[in-house]
Design a protein around this ligand. Structure first.
Ligand code: NAD
Length: 403
């Protein structure tokens, strides 16, 4: 099941019941990318109203014409929903998608250790971005543990990425405090620093000792990051001066403009290459066409969660895992990065071609299922040949008589 309540659809905001395209689309990706049988996929939108007055007043709006349900009544409804789903479909994997920031973190914290669930905006985004950073480090030569990262946006995506990067850096030998000190965040009020009194709890671990910094350009000049990661939903915020500053501080600056859809990207691929003299290692959330700059063609990578969640879901399904863990998302990131070859890197591409997605999803599923067995989370008997079991579970859209 992929479920949304339509409050934060892509970077488009509150679309109420019109958010239904997201669960449908994500489940289509499960089938296309990882061969999850379509008859096992159920899209759900919980209509709790919308605070989008334009929609509420629109004659064609089909959802409830009321302000969003909030507080205890909302929490009780979601609890009832999650419990009912467990009762009806005890082996379900429940993916939360495009919930508003506060509810997303609260629901994940409450349910992640109780049922088989994950939040794709937090954990899936983290995994695909971490994979991109692993690949980018092969181009820049700077290992992940030595990178300084500056995020524009400290919401679900940003903090989710930060948390998984910290876990990965600690695996490379840093303490948690050292790892956190390498991750800097900028939100709509400025750099996330200790002296601020308005920080939500998920941002506080990343509040460092530093003077307040109002603009992103000033933050880049001060932090001198190896990578800037845009997860703000604010287009045009990676300005030419920001990109030029990145190019001054780095031989190969890493620029990830992850906000979706394309119209919300913090910069375009062309802008990233043009303002860094073609030296940027660029990836975006939505697709950009290849760009030729001074005779060299660069292929932007697409940091799309579709590289991760279908494979994770397939692994969970094959092992009948009772939980989806951060360790699985870290393993998925390493596996995805391992599929990037030298030809990809030579073109500046830090993700494999999407044409290889089923092979990629299969590899991720094997690692996720393996972890489920190793950690005692699997409820299905262990197959003798895990790779074969994963391959056999993948739905192929062919009629046997015509195969
Ligand atoms: P969110 O609402 O949880 O967080 C948005 C953050 O951006 C908040 O911290 C907010 O303070 C900050 N922000 C807003 N305006 C800003 C500004 N002018 N300057 C600095 N910070 C600003 O949303 P989210 O779930 O984190 O998603 C954010 C964006 O990331 C969306 O556009 C979404 O499409 C994109 N995203 C991309 C991927 C992907 O490509 N893999 C995955 C998930 C989310």
């Amino acid at each position: 099941i992929v479920v949304t309540d339509g409050e934060r659809i892509l970077g488009l905001g509150d679309l109420g019941a019109n958010g239904m395209g997201i669960p449908i689309g994500k489940l289509t990706l499960y089938t296309a990318c990882a061969g999850i049988p379509p008859m096992q996929c159920l899209p759900i939108t919980i209509d709790v109203g919308t605070d989008n007055t334009h929609l509420r007043e629109s004659a064609s709006y089909m959802g409830l014409r009321q302000p969003r349900l909030r507080g205890a009544a909302y929490d009780a409804l979601m609890d009832e929903f999650i419990e009912a789903v467990q009762e009806r479909f005890p082996q379900v994997c429940l993916q939360f998608e495009d919930f508003g920031n506060h509810n997303a973190f609260t629901l994940l914290d409450k349910w992640r250790d109780r049922v088989c669930t994950f939040n794709d905006d937090i954990q899936g985004t983290a995994s695909v971005t971490l994979a991109g950073l692993y690949s980018a480090s092969r181009i820049t030569g700077t290992p992940l543990k030595d990178m300084r990262l500056l995020f524009l946006g400290a919401g679900e995506a940003g903090i989710g990425i930060g948390d998984l990067v910290v876990e990965a850096m600690t695996e490379e030998g840093l303490s948690q405090a050292e790892a956190r000190s390498r991750c800097w965040f900028m939100d709509s009020k400025g750099l996330v620093v200790k002296s601020r009194t308005d920080l939500a709890s998920h941002k506080q671990p990343y509040a460092h000792d530093h003077d307040p910094v109002p603009t992103f350009l000033d933050a880049v000049e001060s932090v001198k990051p190896h990578a800037i990661i845009g997860v703000s939903g604010m287009p045009g915020t990676f300005t030419a001066p920001v990109l030029a500053a990145m190019a001054r501080h780095n031989e190969r600056p890493i620029v990830m403009a992850l906000s979706n859809p394309t119209s919300k990207a913090e910069c375009t691929a062309r802008e990233a290459y043009a303002s860094t003299d073609g030296r940027a290692v660029f990836a975006s959330g939505s697709p950009f066409a290849p760009v030729t700059h001074k005779g060299k063609t660069h292929v932007p990578g697409q940091g799309n969660n579709a590289y991760i969640f279908p494979g994770v879901g397939l692994g969970v399904m094959v092992a009948d895992s009772s939980r989806v863990t951060d360790e699985m998302f870290a393993a998925a990131a390493r596996t995805l990065a391992g599929t990037v070859n030298e030809d990809d890197l030579a073109m500046g591409r830090i993700y494999p071609s999407l044409s290889r997605i089923r092979e990629v999803s299969k590899a991720i599923a094997v690692e996720v299922a393996r972890l489920a067995y190793e950690r005692g989370l699997a409820r299905a008997p262990r197959p003798d040949d895990l790779e074969a079991a994963v391959a056999a579970a993948m739905y192929e859209p062919v009629y046997p008589q015509y195969a």
